[in-house]
Each structure stands twice: as structure tokens, then as C-alpha cells.
Design a binder for this molecule. Structure first.
Ligand code: F0G
Length: 456
């Protein structure tokens, strides 16, 4: 069959409020041209994030009713822990309210000021949590990842040679742990190969550096391995997932992505001493170890979500829907990060809007235009997000992207056709678009709350 259909029926629907361009112009002006400041009901198709926005299945809703809310020893925790350890066979699983809480706990225990944490590319919360401790996050992804137009089957791979040099330069004693983000969100949702994981692990192990996986989109990464890495075509995704985590000493996870849940996360690890300290921090800020930052019902939803996310029919459909959008944009001449990532399509605003220099935020301008024209909300990942250095100076980000993240199981093919139509119409009028300036910003993670205005 040529058409890959959504492998589900829809049992509950949520209306979308239709808006006109005039209404959207008012809403976005009132939001100071920051898409995070919009009321979500004024968004037609919300591609701001794939995080916490999945539709849950009937089985997940049913499991929610089974949630046991006991403070200690809940069977919901036992089911959650078993589901996690089935895929990620680590000794300890510490539930947190979301991914960044797991990051904060891990780095508080593992890292101290002045140390370095390498990663293929740190996600912004990971980066911020490391920096908050006075340690330094370092991105060492392969060179291909810096070039949106270059094709590579595993564009999220760590540059192992640079990592080796980095460890030599800084000294392994100054590197408390190394991370691999799968898929590499900030680099375009690109996968990391098992070969690269093995090499990274072997290098880290030689220097006694633990390797942690930022596992948010582990199932999508595993599916890419199945499709693209020699020798994995006939392996069940579950086995690939287990092989991925066998290369690591622990992981941080946001269940809001490949947990198919609306909230949740965890930290999993093998080290006894770190676990004890992490557990103590968990009790201090999140909750008792058998619920962490979550309700029993959330733990149940995640346990079922973890079974559903490695279903290969689901993954085939998931992959087909992102590839569909990407392929049609490429055919329409729109520059995007290639190959298409797992959870999102990343528009290359620098290539689309060459007349807008990076410090005039071409990505922000493009993201605002998509909202104005069609009510689509995406997210700038460029100089607005990464351009301000610790000393307050502005520097162009290596890439100016607009991420259109596709929530899991939420939108249908016709929603995606509409998205394509809007992007192609905006693209046709790209020369009329103007740059922007920031009129107010917060000292850290400024993209969430900055206020913008158009340049004259
Ligand atoms: N790591 C990665 C790779 C992520 O993409 C995210 C979240 C986190 C960690 C933090 O997890 O939100 O549960 O605290 N990414 C979302 C996004 C917010 O839109 O990409 P969290």
C-alpha cells in the first residue's frame, strides 16, 4: 500500500478554534511576538513541541484508573519500574516530574563548578542545569550536523575523535560524565548509531568516565537504527533499545516524549553511591522514591506508554508522518535540515531568509509569519535561543532553525497537508519578511519570555 494510515481510530475529539489573520495579528502583537506568550486556544496547529502533547491511548486512560496513590510502596511504581527496566535495564530507577528534574538531580550529585560535560548537543535545559552548577556543557557532535543541507544517516553522532582530544586536553578527572542525546534534538532530531554509541562508550570507559544517555526520544532513535544501520533491519525495536542502553551507565528521561505521557520522567543509573545521593535529593525536592514527582496514575500511564511506543506499527506511522512533511517541503524548494529528523521538521531560516542577518533573528521572523499566515506555532532554535553568551554579548548561533515538532498521535494527515500549504505560501512571499529586535529579555533561557518588535 502507498498510503500509510494512522494506526488508530479517534474516540475523543478536541475542537480547534478557527481564527482569521486579523485576529492572529492582534494576538501576536499582544504577545510581543513571542509564540510562547500566546494562549494555546488561539493556535490552530500547535507544533511548538512534541513534549507532553501526545494523545494518550484508551489503554493508558484505563490504566490511569488503576493508579494507586499510596505514599509508599505503590504497585503503580512497581509497574512503572518494571516497564522502564524492561527497556533500559539499569539497577535503579528514580521517578521525577519531568526530564529536567532528573537532569538537575544527576548533575547536582555528579558535577562540580569548573568541570566539563560533553554531549553530542546539549538540549537547553541540560545546558542550563550544568551551567547553573558552574560546570561547562560542551557540544561535540560530528561536523556534518553543522550543515543543514548535508545528508548523513546518523547526523546525531558524537565526534569521537574530538571527544578523545577533549578528554586529553581537559583531563578525565575534570569530566564527571559524558552524555549522548538520542535523538539529537537541538541538532535536528537526528539519530545516533549503535556503532557510535559503542565507540563513545569504549572511549569513556578507558578513562573511567560514565556515559549517560539523554533518552527522551529513544524509540525514534531505535527505529532509525533499524532502518539505517547495517545489520539491524530484522531486529525487533525492543532489542535495539536494550542494546542502546547496554552501552550506558545511566540515563535521564522525559516521559513527555517517547513515554507517550503528558507528564513525567526519570533518572536511571547503576552506581550505588550516586544513587544514594540522588535518592536523597529526590526526597528533598520531588517526593518519596516510589512516586518521585508523580501521581500513581501518571506512573501507570507511562508504564503503558512505554509498551506502545516500541510498537513497530506505531513507529512506522510516526516515521512516515514526519518524512511526509519533510519530503514535500524539499520538493517545494524549502530549505530544511536534512535528512528529516524523528520528531520534527526543522526549517532552515538562514537559507530561506538570506536577507535577514542572524542578529535580526530570521528564525523568529519566520516562526511569527507561520503563525500570522496559518495559525501554526513553531519554535525558533537559533540566535534567540542560543545567541546570548554568559557575558551578555550577542553572537550568531551556528544555525537559524524553526522547529515544527509533531506531537505523537495528535494530528492527522489533513492537518499535515494544511501545514505544508501554509509553509509553501509563506515561502513564496519570503522576500517581504523583515528582521526583528528584542525589546526585553530575561537573564537566562530568554527565548521563553523575550519581547520582540519588527525592525523598521
Ligand atoms: N532533553 C531533551 C533532548 C529534550 O528535548 C528535553 C525537552 C529535555 C531533555 C527536558 O525534558 O521538558 O521533560 O524537562 N524538550 C522539550 C522540547 C521541552 O520541546 O524539545 P522536560
Amino acid at each position: 500500500m502507498k498510503t500509510i494510515i494512522e494506526p488508530f481510530r479517534i474516540k475523543a475529539v478536541e475542537p480547534i478554534k478557527m481564527t482569521s489573520r486579523e485576529q492572529r495579528a492582534q494576538y501576536i502583537e499582544a504577545a510581543h511576538y513571542n509564540l510562547f506568550a500566546l494562549a494555546s486556544e488561539n493556535v490552530l496547529i500547535d507544533l511548538l513541541t512534541d513534549s507532553g502533547t501526545s494523545s494518550m491511548s484508551a489503554a493508558q486512560w484505563a490504566a490511569i484508573m488503576r493508579g494507586d496513590e499510596s505514599y509508599a510502596g505503590s504497585p503503580s511504581f512497581a509497574r512503572f519500574e518494571a516497564a522502564v527496566r524492561h527497556l533500559m535495564p539499569f539497577k535503579y530507577v528514580i521517578p521525577t516530574h519531568q526530564g529536567r528534574a532528573a537532569e538537575r538531580i544527576l548533575f547536582s550529585v555528579a558535577a562540580t563548578a569548573g568541570q566539563f560535560v560533553p554531549n553530542n548537543t546539549h538540549f537547553d535545559t541540560t545546558r542550563a542545569n550544568i551551567e547553573a552548577l558552574g560546570a561547562r556543557p560542551v557540544d561535540l557532535v560530528i561536523e556534518e550536523a553543522q550543515h543543514p543541507e548535508r545528508e548523513h544517516p546518523f547526523k546525531g553522532n558524537m565526534d569521537v575523535a574530538r571527544l578523545a582530544q577533549f578528554i586529553e586536553d581537559k583531563g578525565p578527572q575534570n569530566i564527571p560524565l559524558c552524555m549522548l542525546t538520542v535523538t539529537n534534538n537541538s541538532g535536528g532530531g537526528q539519530p545516533v548509531s549503535l556503532e557510535n554509541m559503542r565507540q563513545t562508550k569504549a572511549l569513556c570507559a578507558r578513562h573511567g568516565i560514565p556515559l549517560f544517555i539523554d533518552a527522551c526520544r529513544f524509540a525514534e532513535n531505535a527505529y532509525f537504527i533499524k532502518l539505517r544501520e547495517p545489520g539491524y533491519r530484522d531486529k525487533p525495536v525492543v532489542d535495539i533499545v536494550r542494546e542502546m542502553f547496554a552501552q550506558a551507565d545511566g540515563c535521564t528521561m522525559s516521559a513527555k516524549k517517547d513515554g507517550l505521557a503528558n507528564m513525567g520522567g526519570w533518572l536511571a543509573l547503576n552506581d550505588d553511591a550516586w544513587e544514594e545521593q540522588c535518592r536523597n535529593l529526590l526526597i528533598l525536592t520531588e517526593g518519596f522514591p516510589t512516586y518521585g514527582g508523580l501521581a500513581g496514575r501518571d506512573l501507570e500511564a507511562i508504564a503503558v506508554g512505554l509498551e506502545e511506543v516500541v510498537d513497530e506499527e506505531y513507529l512506522a506511522y510516526r516515521f512516515a508522518s514526519t518524512q511526509y512533511v519533510g519530503r514535500h517541503l524539499i520538493e517545494g524548494g524549502v530549505s530544511i535540515v536534512r535528512p528529516v529528523g524523528g520528531h520534527a521538521v526543522y526549517l532552515d531560516a538562514r537559507a530561506i531568509l538570506p536577507h535577514i542577518p542572524p542578529l535580526h533573528y530570521p528564525g523568529q521572523s519566520l516562526a511569527v509569519e507561520l503563525y500570522l499566515h496559518g495559525g501554526i506555532r513553531g519554535c525558533e532554535i537559533g540566535t534567540v535561543m542560543f545567541g546570548r553568551k554568559a557575558d551578555g554579548a550577542e553572537e550568531p548561533s551556528p544555525m537559524e532553525l524553526v522547529r515544527l515538532a509533531i506531537p505523537r498521535r495528535l494530528y492527522t494527515q489533513s492537518h499535515m497537508d494544511y501545514v505544508l500549504e501554509v509553509i509553501l505560501e509563506v515561502f513564496a512571499r519570503r522576500e517581504q519578511m523583515r528582521g526583528m529586535k528584542i525589546t526585553w529579555q530575561a537573564p537566562a533561557l530568554r527565548h521563553f519570555s523575550a519581547k520582540f518588535a519588527y525592525l523598521d
